[in-house]
Write a protein that binds this ligand. Structure first.
Ligand SMILES: Cc1ncc(C[n+]2csc(CCOP(=O)(O)OP(=O)(O)O)c2C)c(N)n1
Ligand SMILES: [Mg+2]
Length: 486
């Protein structure tokens, strides 16, 4: 009976545009009552009055739940075939699980878009002056200078590692160019207790928290000092000490996990939140929706930050969604949301400070959409000039540059000079080149490490794989790196 009912429901659902499901059920019930298939399903019991009365109850319940008067559909308005008694006091409102819903005689569709796009919170104008009337969190000199320096360091690190990849010294790299403000201003607004679940374009958080240039280099070179023992591609950083989950390539998997991590913080009554990052492309994954919904329903303290940088590799946001960006998706899940200029470090800082405070105090998630632009190629495996105009990249690199804007502000405050700038750039360059040389010379982890750290006793299939790998390397020694101890 259950299978039959569920199948009928499916069929009824499928036919819904043509025939009301209740009507459909009536029809199949009466047809089946005389057919052999019904007897097969219900056996002799189908003639039992009790069974028929059960069916009637089911049908009534079914009709109440499923049947929608024609007047709620588009097109011609028709009279409802059921009397008002059917609905009793349900004429005014529906006591629906999850909340009372009032009825309306008006057939009105919710619009697919509102008249105005959600505005973007901004503090600093292009000239580096706070725009009039802007309300923002004050940033003291020490924090502001650290923020600016960190953005510069991140930019230099990206350029040097990118070149190292081009020289064939590392296998892969991915820059955060153009998104330095989201990285650094977010990090500055958090505390070390806040747990980061990154996508991959957020190394600035680690940098802010004290992950050294040497540690970055060790990971990119996959040497013995890399915490991941060289098992992951470059840029897949992770650090327990810095409360930064290891980056994992499959897009958006970190988002449902974030709800779980945040729920554990909630259970432990921690004065901290989870900060989970995604790109605009990540929001097209089911995990984005699952993550937001879990967090909302569980009332988990997660701060979701979407770096909307206009592109998911070669897919522009116009081919990613038809909504007003990402910010509007929060409300559908019952999540407070805000859109911010991701290239304005002061606006990002103020937003994240305020959002973090609410997330922890109210024990509820918040969604932040930070608008920015991916100035670099997606990664070293990509050439973005093949799918987007060079002048678009140039515009964002120069006119909308987040470093230039913040630099004007720290300059204006008398906190930063041209001499400070050249001294910092020179010294960071040197430190990075040294870090790369050291990382390059450090031994690689031995081959056996590829199979360790998951099981306490290596299972037989992994034993076999290791054996087979060693035999293959022996046969094709010239095709394998010489610096990995076998
Ligand atoms: C589940 C999954 N699908 C596809 C990919 C391939 N992929 C890697 S990055 C990326 C684009 C992600 O774009 P976005 O989230 O906007 O981040 P951005 O690179 O712009 O920072 C895709 C499709 C992947 N890693 N994982
Ligand atoms: Mg993107």
């Amino acid at each position: 009976m259950a299978i039959w009912f569920s199948r009928s429901r499916k069929i009824a659902h499928f036919l819904k545009p043509k025939i009301a499901p209740s009507e459909f059920l009536y029809k199949i019930c009466s047809n089946y009552a005389n057919s052999s298939s019904f007897r097969t399903l219900g056996g002799e019991n189908c003639r039992n009055p009790q069974v028929f009365s059960d069916y009637s109850t089911t049908i009534l319940a079914f009709r109440r739940r499923w049947w929608r008067p024609e007047s709620t559909r588009a097109g011609e308005q028709v009279e409802t075939p059921y009397s008002d008694d059917d609905y009793e006091d349900e004429n005014q409102a529906l006591d629906f699980p999850g909340g009372r819903v009032t009825f309306t005689p008006e057939m009105k569709f919710i619009s697919e878009a509102s008249d105005k796009r959600i505005p973007c919170y901004r503090v600093l104008g292009d000239d580096g002056h706070p725009i009039s009337g802007s309300r923002y969190e004050q940033v003291d000199k020490e924090t502001a200078v650290k923020m600016y320096k960190s953005m510069v360091i991140l930019q230099i690190m990206d350029n040097i590692f990118y070149e190292a990849q081009r020289q064939g010294r590392i296998s892969f790299y991915l820059t955060s160019l153009g998104e330095e403000a989201i990285n650094i201003a977010t990090a500055a607004a958090l505390t070390l207790d806040d747990v980061i679940l990154p996508q991959y374009r957020e190394p600035g958080i680690l940098l802010w928290r004290g992950f050294t240039l040497q540690e970055f280099a060790n990971q990119c070179f996959g040497n013995n000092a890399d915490y991941g023992k060289g098992r992951q591609m470059p840029i897949h950083y992770g650090s327990n000490k810095h409360n930064f989950f290891t980056i994992s390539s499959p897009i958006a998997t970190q988002l449902p996990q974030a709800a779980g991590v945040a729920y554990s913080l909630k259970m432990d009554k921690k004065e901290a939140c989870v900060v989970a990052f995604t790109g605009d492309g990540g929001t097209s994954e089911g995990d984005f929706h699952a993550g937001l919904n879990f967090a909302a329903v569980l009332e988990a303290p997660v701060l979701f930050i979407c770096r909307n940088n206009g592109w998911a590799i070669s897919t522009p946001t116009s081919e990613q969604f038809r909504s007003d960006g990402v910010v509007v998706k929060g409300q559908a899940y019952g999540i407070r949301s805000i859109r911010v200029d991701g290239n304005d470090a002061l606006a990002v800082y103020s937003t994240i400070r305020a959002a973090r405070e609410m997330v922890i105090r109210e024990q509820k998630p918040i969604l932040v959409e930070a608008l920015s632009y991916r100035v670099g190629h997606h990664s070293t495996s990509d050439d973005s000039t093949k799918y987007r105009p060079i002048n678009e990249i140039e515009y964002w690199k120069t006119a909308r540059n987040p470093l230039a804007r913040f630099q004007k502000w720290v300059h204006k405050n008398g906190w930063w000079t041209d001499d400070d700038e050249s001294e910092l750039r020179g010294s960071i360059r040197k430190q990075l080149l040294t870090a790369i040389q050291v990382a390059e010379k450090t031994e690689k982890p031995p081959l056996a490490e590829m199979f360790s750290d998951v099981y306490s006793h290596l299972p037989s299939n992994l034993h076999e794989q290791e054996k087979s790998l060693r035999e293959t390397i022996k046969r094709h020694r010239q095709d394998y790196p010489t610096d990995v101890p076998v």
